[in-house]
Design a protein around this ligand. Sequence first.
Ligand code: SF4
Length: 327
Amino acid sequence: MSEWGEPVYRAQQIWQGLYRQYWSSPEQFTNIPKSVRMLLAENLEFKALSLATTLNSSDGQTVKSLFKLPDGKSIEAVLMRYEKRNTLCISSQAGCAMGCVFCATGQMGFKRHLSSGEIVAQVMYYAFLLHGENAVVTNVVLMGMGEPFHNYDNTLAAIDRLNDPQGYNFGARRFTISTVGLVPAIRRFAAEKRQVNLAISLHAADDDLRTSMLPVNKRYPIDDLLAACREYIAATGRRVTFEWALINEVNDTPEQAILLANKLKGMLCHVNAIPLNPTLGYSGQATTHERAEKFKQILNGHGIPCTIRLRRGIDIQAGCGQLASQL
Ligand code: SF4
C-alpha cells in the first residue's frame, strides 16, 4: 500500500475484507476506493483455487471438493459435519512423496508443494460455504493430500495466517498436523512450542511391518520416532495422537496391540484407530467391528486411551487422494 501511495491502514482493510468478510474478488472491497480496487485487480491474484467437483455423501454430512490449482494440478479438501463440529481435512501438497502403500495419494507420487495461500484458500472456501449456513469451521486437520512436514514452512505460514487475530482468528489449538513421522521436523515443531496439535500416522508397532506399509520408516524407525514424540511432549506438555488405520489381519492383531501398548507405555498420548478406507492400488481390507473392539480393549487394558473412529464419506472416496487419483 505504501508503494502505491496509499495509507498503510488500507492493508488492514483489505486483510479484514479477505478474512472477516470472505471477499474473494477485488470489486467486493467496497471499504476501499475504486482506484485501489482497480490496482488490486491489475496486480494481485485472488483465486488460488477453482472448484472442479463437489461430492456429497449420501447422509449429507461429508462434502468433498476437488480443486484445480492455477497450473492444472488437483487437490482435495473434505468437510465432515459431526454433531456440533465442522471439521475440515485439507491438503498440504499436490500428490505426496511418502509412498504409503495403502494411500491413494501416495500411489500417485509427488507433484509439488502447495503455497501457503493455496493451503489457506481451502479453509476459506469452506469457511465461506459454512458462513452461508450460519455455521463455522470448528477444526482443521492437515491430513489430506501430502505430508505437511515435508512442506513445513508453507504449512506453518498458512496456520499462522489463519490464526491472525486481525484476520480469520482461528485458534491454534483447533489445528492438527498429521505427519508420517519426519523426525527432524517433529523436533523443530517441538522447539517452536506451538499450540497446534500433533498426530502421528503410526499404523504398525514393529519396524518390519511399518516399513512394508510406510517406506519412510526405513529412514526414521519407530523407536527414533517415539523418542522425538517424547521430546515434543516434554517440551510442550501436549498430548500426541497416534493414528492407526485398522487393516484386517495385518495390523489389527492382538500381538500388534500388545506391542503398541508396550511402546507407548507412560506417554501422554491417545490412539485414534479407524478401519481402513480401501484404495484401488492396495489389497488390504478394513478390519471388522469385533477385531477393532478387541484391539481397543487390549490398549485400554494396558492404560492406553484408544478411540475407534467411524469411517466417513466412504461412498464419496473421502480418503485422501481417492478422488484426484481417478481423474
Ligand atoms: S498417507 Fe499421507 S504421507 Fe502417506 S502417502 Fe498418503 S498423503 Fe502421503
